[in-house]
Design a protein around this ligand. Structure first.
Ligand SMILES: N[C@@H](CCC(=O)N[C@@H](CS)C(=O)NCC(=O)O)C(=O)O
Length: 216
């Protein structure tokens, strides 16, 4: 069977290009594995049958001949196990990839989301103005450490892996915040990852249905 990935039929402009099926599409493009996107809407999200596949009604969900999965990080790791384009073949190298995927999702993304969501959803609220400096300081500490690790390497472990793929999608969430201008090495790293042809194909594949299904 052809690999299936769920994605949204349409999302508001601020989310276009950032929906998490992008991670899975990108991994599949890097691995050279063909796939079909199953486009869903809020009605499908709420349905019992979809919740059996993705308990939270979110995207992405994934299916291949052997497995049914949800959680973009887990899916990308599953794909990386099948492709030397996303992970080295040795156990030590695979362990580093697993480590960086979890680091991106668990040590960096919560700080990124806390900060970005404050500006996107609570910009006008007084409490948000008070909270913002603390969240920014916490985010800065993590980005400083990440930048120190990266040093002058092109990728986190020297060569591109699934860890970079997930990390780049996390850093992209900061694009409009101005934060990355204070971390030029991380911004260059994000751009280097986004310049990969597989990323471009994945992004275009996510965007195409949004153009086709835009509300009149
Ligand atoms: N941890 C999940 C998060 C998935 C997620 O947040 N998906 C969003 C789109 S980026 C979604 O489906 N949101 C709709 C909703 O939560 O109802 C993953 O990485 O797969």
């Amino acid at each position: 069977m052809t690999i299936q990935v769920t994605a949204f039929r349409w999302v508001p402009p601020f989310a276009q290009g950032y929906v998490r099926d992008l991670r899975v599409r990108w991994a599949l493009e890097e691995a050279g594995l063909p796939y079909e996107a199953t486009l869903i809407d809020p009605q499908v999200q709420a349905s019992e049958s979809y919740r059996e596949w993705q308990p939270f009604g979110q995207v992405p969900a994934y299916k291949d001949e052997q497995v049914e999965m949800f959680e973009s990080g887990a899916i990308v790791l599953h794909i990386s196990g099948q492709s030397a384009a996303l992970a080295p073949n040795d156990q030590a190298g695979k362990a580093r990839v697993l480590t960086w995927v979890i680091a991106a999702l668990n040590s960096i993304e919560p700080h990124v989301q806390n900060f970005v969501q404050l500006d996107v959803f609570h910009a006008k609220e007084a409490w948000a103005k008070e909270r913002r400096p603390q969240l920014e300081a916490a985010l800065n500490r993590r980005l400083t450490a990440l930048s120190a690790w990266l040093g002058d390497k092109p990728y986190l472990e020297g060569r591109f892996t699934a860890g970079d793929l997930i990390m780049a999608t996390v850093l992209r969430e900061l694009e409009d915040s101005g934060v990355l201008s204070r971390f030029p090495a991380l911004d260059a790293y994000r751009r280097r990852c986004e310049a990969r042809p597989a990323f471009g194909r994945a992004l275009e594949a996510q965007m195409q249905p949004f153009r086709e299904n835009a509300p009149a």
